[in-house]
Design a protein around this ligand. Sequence first.
Ligand code: SF4
Length: 907
Amino acid sequence: MSVRTTCPYCGVGCGLLARMTDGVAHVRGDPGHPANRGALCSKGSALGDTVGLQGRLLRPQMHGVDVEWDVALDAVAAGFRGFIEDHGPDSVAFYVSGQLLTEDYYVANKLMKGFIGSANIDTNSRLCMSSAVSAHKRAFGEDLVPTDYEDLELADLIVLVGSNLAWCHPVLHQRILKAKELRPSMRVVVIDPRRTPTCDMADLHLPLRSGTDVTLFNGLLSWLARHQVVDQAFVETHTRGAAQALLVAENTAGDVGAVARSCGLDPKTLQNFYEWFGSTERVVTLFSQGVNQSSSGTDKANSIINAHLLTGRIGRAGSGPFSITGQPNAMGGREVGGLANMLAAHMELGNPEHRRIVQEFWAAPRIAERPGLKAVDLFEAMHRGQIKAVWIMGTNPAVSLPNADRAREALRRCELVVVSDCVVQTDTTALADILLPAAAWGEKEGAVTNSDRHISRQRSFLPVPTTVRPDWWMICQVAQRLGFQDGFSYSTVAEIFDEHVRLSAAANDGARAFHLGGLIGLGEQGYAGLTPTQWPIATSGGRAAPRLFADGRFYHADGRARLVATRPRPPKFALDQEYPLVLNTGRIRDQWHTMTRSGRSPRLASHLAEPYVDMHAADALLFGTRDGTLVRIITRWGRMVARLRTSGEIARGAIFVPIHWSGPNSSDARVGALVGPGVDPVSGEPEFKNTPARVEPFVVNWYGFALARGPLSLAALSWWAGAEGGSFRSYEVAGRSVPHNWSLWARSLMRAESSADWIDYEDVNSGTYRAACLRDDRLESCLFVGSQPQLPSRSWLASLFDKPRLTASERARVLASRPQDSFPDAGATVCACFGVGRNAIEAAIADGCDDLSSLGHRLRAGTNCGSCVPELRGLLNAYRHGPVGGERPGLPDDRVEAEPRGRVSPP
Ligand code: SF4
């Protein structure tokens, strides 16, 4: 029987039906969940591939040695107690995650702020949406997302700002696509420096210069006022600050031509956008990390909100500013006060009355009185020795923080590092003194809140390994050992949830919008059966209004919203001759964060299998590099190596690098190490989208790839990146030194025994070397090396790893990498659900499939989750405008040489 649960990835918060059958996890979309109505993206569809105990942290460890739970928990409590007694409560910290469940978050925040008495608890959500939180609080008086996903279908104009929705929130992208198909008059505008796959559905793309959003939206505010597109009654009755905001907008962006020049846009395109916004009543402006991850992220978000307040387009169907969160429970974290500058239940640390309410409710011995350290400052304080002990829960800051090498050094310096995680090998667990094994998705129970305020249950459908525990249990155990038995004696997660909803209602006569009073007293059964519920829900049996502010009431003391005067500011760090490129970072379609879960799925790995940097082809030439080669990316803070691709998505002067690669899956590709430490002064959110950088060739003398069932000796390589292949792992590799004896070197790399069944081939003149290792006629590993990045196709070789033994013909052809008969080389994966490659799609298009439906009919591509639809459209468009095969990404199976070179020796 299937269990109703939710996806552990993005903030869309899709509902799932999950079950185990014969040891295999099956996951499909829940048709009854309001977020996705049965749809899933490629990541959600592949969740079944990612469960299992391989790579799991299964026992508590101290300094690498397995210990019993009591020993580990005693050590955590003793360590924290010692530092608190000697150096005060502010000498310790928690660094938590938007992937924790609400109940985990709740008790962590309660322990730190109410019992330890410090506000030093911050979260990786600081890195993705804290600017939106600050902007909401400035504009509305409380951190409130006013909209519902349905507004995306009801709008006549959707403005996507800094959001690659097609890759980062694919199910919402699908919902908009369907709505647009039904109602072609609906318009979509994308505002993004990159031409991302999301632009495929755009009626207008504004490729603004990175960091100029405030100028663009101040220009809009000024244009709206000059053209009398102002809801005067709404502004006068329900807002304050309009005059000052308009004055600043007029002074900084009063001329459309000047705004266009400043933003690097075509003036007609900009004018077009302003006119569309001005003439459309139902407008949703959806914004995401492209807005938030900036040293002026809060102002950017407020400049967007200003336009909605001036026109009164908020609180109505199909209208409003809409911040989309990156993580599954970023919203839940905000609700419990999981950020260092919040209290709990949307109450404020700086408000004495709020502190009193919370302290009395918790019966806490003390309450934090001032904000704690935000993520970047927290690790800085650790670096200088001010933070003596930290507990990191479910996140990997050694990879994900800006200036990540310094964060790693901070963890090395910290006297006590505790990490609770479900994965044993990450860059952060490697630095832990104490490791606590946490229950994983599918094993644990709790609640999450998605981007449109729906609270849903995550439920277990897998057995919990006997030696792992949920995070809330560990936190409560440590709290009890610190002497706080009374506040942390929960026996079930439902009890914690009940306390959380009661706190939301405490002394809340409507002064705070966050109100879950209607969920009080659910009991174990009610909690077990809780269906997706949108807040606010103040009374039992009540139904939340899908959108906030319909009555024009906001949550500043005077009940009015604020237009905030926003002055454009340049990014924190300026370009110069040494670092002339803007480094932008972000997600790719089929991976999640540092790949500890999504990286286990072979089909997800097959989309983009190695770290890359995307660059304009003309800039690539200028920097002496070319598509498919390796390059080094350098900033003032760090350096990394990645494959160069010239996708055509990026403007001159900028580069884009994905965030997902880390120590366990690549030799040198932690882009966080390159990102500058600049943060927004209000929110503390780092500027991940704008770091000055340069690129130079990473000179190697050979390129190669290896497929292997077992581990390789990777230290022998100048560069490598690994990906899951199912029955093998694939490695892209490269080297500077050329071995004197390739055969000996390759045997060492592939850890082949001297008695191994070994076949190889070398052509010294062309720099080609190929080898394969078999055991009992089963392929164990193979290595292909050449002097250029173009190498043989991996498709057929990969298929051989599924065979218990090779036939004589397969064995004879293995070094040719293709069988005697023709074997279709599918190319780099486009459709992850059905494993359809680019070459197969191009062939079908050339054979007459001229639209999505015929491609779907022929290949099934794009017929399941739809995440690949933008790429399918791109290939169809490319064919219409010229032969397929123009500018293309530098992916492993795209860099395929035409024919095998040299003669392949028979074994
Ligand atoms: S859009 Fe994809 S990643 Fe996001 S919640 Fe839904 S299935 Fe998960």
